[in-house]
Design a protein around this ligand. Structure first.
Ligand SMILES: Nc1ncnc2c1ncn2[C@@H]1O[C@H](COP(=O)(O)OP(=O)(O)OP(=O)(O)O)[C@@H](O)[C@H]1O
Ligand SMILES: [Mg+2]
Length: 468
């Protein structure tokens, strides 16, 4: 078994990009592509309808002097209904695709982590792994279910409004086109800073998660060492680091939004002043001016969601890399094609060497034969390797030299589940899974066990009082 696993966090993969995100989603999240495409199409329809509604309003206003047309109102009503239906349906479909894909990805991660070999858990912190399953998948969820569709709608809205504005009045559009790049000059760099901050927040939140898991799990140790003070400080420092970044984030957002609003107002002001002049000289109708104003808003407001997508993609690439690292780590080889071990008669350690790291041997030249029915006690100082020896028997690790035989055959010839099924292992650490005592007693059993069978078993091992 290949046991050398490098810590993933320390190796930056410059090659990671949006393409990897797409590959991860396609291979592990199995998104419902049909629903997604329908959602995007409906959202396209909704955006086109809103652009159309503005155009009809223009007609409506311009027709005001000549009496309103009932037919126009009817058309307007119909388009509003279609727009409403399309946006409700697309919003549902896109969010549903996101929920569904992320659930699939989360399950895949969970299944994979259960099957990772023991050395993997030696090299990766519990809190970090759990943060992958919970937080990193949420980042991907946000991207699929909202940011992506917002940006697509944004692009349609920007291109559509721009085209219609150009058709309505060329010169007025050019003026707006001078204002927009000015806004981009502000949005883009601030967006990049925001992306960096939110990446830092993500990272520090994962650290908090990991530290909390340890603090809670090791609380006995904390108390025994009277380390409460140090741990409280550690927790506060960690929380303060997140707060620091979050405060910077809200400062930036607080500035960004009003600045954008002012620029939007400036654009509206320019349109009204210049457009007003055009209306007076009969170069533009009032309806066109109103439509123009609405298009300007429809073009400028989605700008932030389009640039937001870039930020979101950057964040998600980080999450993708971390999830990929887990999914790429090979699962434990259960040797399912091997023989089934149905009873243990002898266990033979034949000149076995083993070390967790290649340069630090723990077991050296262990030569030991154990026969069925024997009672063996391993006695040694703490750290001498007693638990390690049992870990080899459980096939958590494989010897680096020598051979471990069961019933005269190398242990590697038996399937892993059949070996572990033959070994009753009570660890020195009390390991319980959440659930009832019954759940814990029956952990891993695949057949239903009646209360009678259970209490008979408990009587056999001298724990009869437990079941009642
Ligand atoms: N997962 C691991 N990764 C790296 N080194 C380990 C790991 N588990 C144990 N070791 C190291 O291997 C050596 C043997 O540890 P082991 O737990 O087998 O000792 P032990 O005899 O069971 O001790 P104790 O009496 O305290 O239970 C120790 O030096 C320990 O630090
Ligand atoms: Mg031990």
């Amino acid at each position: 078994m290949e046991t050398h696993i490098t810590s993933s966090a320390k190796q930056p993969h410059a090659k990671y990009g949006t393409r990897d995100l797409l590959r991860l989603i396609m291979t592990h999240a199995h998104p419902k592509k049909g629903l997604f495409v329908i959602g995007i199409l409906l959202s396209f329809v909704a955006t086109i309808c809103s652009l159309g509604i503005t155009l009809m309003l223009k007609e409506f206003i311009d027709a005001f002097n000549h009496g309103t047309s009932g037919q126009l109102l009817l058309r307007l009503g119909a388009v509003i209904v279609v727009q409403l239906f399309a946006s409700v349906a697309s919003s549902f479909l896109l969010s549903y695709t996101g929920v569904d894909a992320v659930s699939t990805l989360r399950s895949a991660l969970w299944q994979h982590i259960v099957d990772l070999p023991i050395p993997y858990f030696d090299h990766n912190r519990t809190g970090e792994l759990s943060s992958r399953v919970v937080n990193d998948t949420s980042t991907i969820f946000e991207l699929i279910s909202s940011q992506f569709s917002n940006a697509i709608n944004g692009i349609i809205s920007i291109v559509g409004s721009l085209t219609l504005m150009l058709l309505l009045n060329f010169r007025l559009t050019i003026i707006i086109l001078i204002v927009v790049p000015l806004m981009a000059v502000i949005i883009v760099p601030m967006g990049q800073v925001l992306a960096r901050i939110s990446k830092a927040i993500q990272k520090e939140t994962a650290n908090l998660n990991s530290a909390a898991v340890q603090m809670i799990g090791q609380n006995r140790l904390v108390k025994a060492m009277v380390a409460e003070k140090a741990l409280k400080k550690q927790g506060k420092d960690q929380v303060d680091r997140i707060k620091g970044f979050s405060v910077r984030q809200i400062k930036l957002i607080s500035v960004l939004n009003p600045v954008l609003n002012i620029m939007l107002l400036a654009a509206i002001f320019i349109i009204i002043v210049y457009g007003g002049i055009l209306v007076q000289t009969n170069a533009l109708t009032i309806g066109s001016l109103v439509a123009f104003l609405m298009y300007a808003v429809q073009m400028i407001s989605p700008l932030s969601s389009v640039t937001g997508l870039v930020t979101a993609l950057q964040q998600t690439v980080g999450a993708t890399e971390r999830i990929d690292n887990i999914l790429d780590s090979p699962e434990e080889d259960k040797r399912l094609s091997g023989e089934t071990l149905s009873t243990i008669d002898t266990v033979d350690f034949d000149h076995v060497d083993f070390g967790y790291e290649s340069d630090k041997p723990v077991l050296k030249d262990i030569d030991l034969t154990i026969h069925r029915g024997e009672r063996i006690a391993l006695i040694g100082e703490s750290g001498s390797g007693k638990t390690t020896l049992v870990s080899l028997l459980e096939a958590y690790y494989t010897p680096t030299r020598g051979e471990l035989d069961v019933n005269g055959e190398t242990m590697a010839s038996y399937t892993i589940p059949s070996i572990r099924n033959q070994i009753g292992y009570v660890s020195q650490e009390v390991d319980l899974m959440p659930g009832t005592i019954r759940d814990n007693l029956l952990l891993g059993s695949t057949e239903p066990v009646s209360d009678e069978q259970l209490s008979a078993l408990l009587t056999q091992v001298g724990l009869a009082g437990l079941a009642s």
